[in-house]
Design a binder for this molecule. Structure first.
Ligand code: AHR
Length: 554
């Protein structure tokens, strides 16, 4: 590692010219300042970026499973054994590493045994979310037909090249049901009665499910436990689970309500009452963070505090990003809290729900519970969040965007024959290049953004992002959150030279821009090859944009 002063000397000598004004695009407004700088410190590795931080979440909630993923084998919607084909085709392009199912809150009401065996014999059950649904919502959203169960989910994962992450029911099923679910999924062909049941359904080979959530939001919908009570349950439910072929299970403990580190401390204190080695039974500790309160400090009420997905002012744009930025302090706080009982950090963070959460009213399919229209604001939010994960590779081992389709921060919206990739879906496609890369330290310097917050000046950072390296390929992703100002920026690479470069930019002149079933191409990324840079390297980041620079180094 070079000391900082030496680094600056090196970087000045290594300057190369990048494109900027030549990039004649309606998306590139004239720069408002040339005093921004990004330093990429190639010889300060932070750790390998786990591909699983680019994970997904598909809860059995309203239009996520029924209509979103599962259309049924007899549907007119093109499908692969009942699974929406267009979704599979798109997901294959973003390298999805892992999908969490079946919840969320739904998981602690779900009996996995209802979702196996012949589909025409499976029971209908009241969905956890039924009482929130509108009277006119389709029956499968209220009364779970169990057509999409463990087999179908495993098949979906196989089709898209993902690992499954199942959340076990800790509130309403006994521990026995958990280990039988593991046995159903993982016992070798012909070995157990449950393996035979799986084979009878057409799946002789084990699903080899590694990731298992031990409940969900156990402080609330997942059992209303105290942290100490949950730790006792965690120990009991995980005291014995079957392991096959010496493949260990990766067990994920339910984390706090928001940023409440007293839960984290309480859970660990109780867990290790049976001995320090108990921490090794926990692979991951779950964090959930939704950016929902756009009230600018007026209320903490869950309903009153929410903003609108489509109708918003610049102040709401910045407030959402501020709420989202809290993710970084949550990661740091909980990492520290875990260290009190786990100084070696054998437990990693699993941010298995994240995204913005708006009030109802912008649904692409009216009546779909928790569905919201995804705008450029959500793309910028998502780029910002993925960059946070990239900057903490030693801490965050998995993250799951809430949710995959037709719910909250959707990558895709679908209804019957309609399907569209949202701006968030495009961000995931852009950021896939970071997966398994070596994160390297990046330092962003730009004059802060100031905006009016109810008569008082508030500020937000003006440029941020992350960088990763794989062999000689450097990926730099950058968010410019300013709703109005382009940011001319000097990009300084640590004594490295660039052979070739491309820029992929997701932006629009309207901060409310979004893709609909009728207008699918309003917000789409544009990629340009950059002429081989020679001298000073500067690049102008468009306002309200997410940018990926792909640099091949000499
Ligand atoms: O993602 C929607 C819900 O939000 C999940 O079911 C729950 O875990 C969280 O509160």
């Amino acid at each position: 590692m070079l000391p900082r002063r030496e680094f600056l000397r090196h970087s000045a000598a290594a300057g190369v010219t990048f494109f900027s004004k030549k990039f004649a695009s309606p998306f590139f407004a004239p720069p408002a300042s040339a005093d921004s700088r990004i330093e990429i410190i190639l010889d300060e590795p932070l750790g390998a970026i786990s591909p699983n931080i680019y994970g997904h979440f598909a809860e059995n909630l309203s239009g996520v499973i029924y209509d979103g993923i599962w259309v049924g084998e007899n549907s007119k919607v093109p499908n692969i054994n009942g699974i929406r084909k267009e979704l599979v085709d798109h997901m294959r392009t973003i390298n999805p590493p892992v999908v969490r199912f079946p919840g969320g809150c739904f998981a602690d009401s779900y009996d996995w045994r209802d979702g196996i065996g012949p589909r025409d014999k499976r029971p209908r059950r009241t969905n956890f979310w039924a009482s929130e649904e509108s009277p006119s919502s389709p029956a499968p959203h209220k009364y779970d037909p169990n057509q999409f169960g463990t087999n179908e989910f495993a098949q979906f994962c196989k089709l898209i090249g993902s690992q499954p992450y199942l959340a076990a029911n800790l509130r309403s099923l006994p521990a026995e049901a958990f280990y039988h679910w593991v046995e159903y999924c993982n016992s070798p062909a012909g070995s157990t009665t449950l393996a035979d049941a799986r084979a009878a359904a057409g799946y002789p080979d084990p699903f080899n499910v590694t990731f298992w959530g031990v409940g969900n939001e156990s402080w609330g919908c997942g059992g209303n436990f105290t942290a100490q009570e949950y730790a006792v349950e965690f120990r009991r439910y995980t005291a014995w689970l079957p392991v096959y072929d010496r493949r260990p299970l990766s067990l994920i403990a339910s984390g706090p309500n928001g940023d409440d580190a007293t839960w984290t401390r309480g859970f660990l204190e109780e867990l290790v009452r049976k001995g320090k080695s108990q921490v090794r039974s926990v692979y991951g500790f779950a964090l959930h963070h939704y950016a929902w309160n756009l009230s600018r400090g007026r209320t903490q009420d869950w309903f009153e505090g929410k903003g609108d997905a489509l109708n918003f002012d610049p102040v709401d744009w910045y407030e959402l990003l501020r709420e989202g930025q809290r993710m970084e302090s949550m990661i740091n706080n909980h990492w520290q809290a875990l260290a009190e009982e786990d100084p070696d950090h054998s437990i990693k963070l699993v941010v298995d729900e994240w995204g913005p959460w708006y009030k109802p009213g912008s649904e692409a399919t009216p009546g779909d519970l928790l569905e919201q229209m995804i705008t450029l604001r959500d793309a910028v939010f998502s780029g910002m969040t993925l960059d946070i994960f990239n900057r903490h590779p030693e801490k965050v081992t998995m993250a799951n965007c809430a949710q995959l389709i037709n719910c909250l921060n959707s990558l895709y919206l679908a209804h019957e024959n309609n399907f569209v990739v949202t701006p968030v879906g495009h961000v995931f496609a852009m950021y896939a290049a970071h997966q398994s890369g070596q994160a390297v330290r990046s330092v962003f310097n730009a004059p802060a953004i100031h905006y009016d917050r109810d008569g008082k000046s508030a500020s937000f950072w003006a440029l941020n992002g992350s960088a990763s390296l794989r062999n000689k390929s450097l990926v730099v992703t950058v968010v410019n959150p300013s709703v109005s100002d382009a940011r001319e920026t000097q990009l300084v690479l640590h004594s490295a030279k660039i052979k070739s470069a491309t820029a992929t930019v997701l932006t629009h002149s309207d901060i409310h821009a979004h893709n609909t079933f009728a207008q699918k191409q309003t917000v789409v990324p544009q990629t340009k090859t950059i002429a081989a840079p020679q001298a000073d390297l500067t690049y102008t980041f468009a306002p309200a944009s997410v940018t990926k620079l792909m640099l091949e180094l000499v």
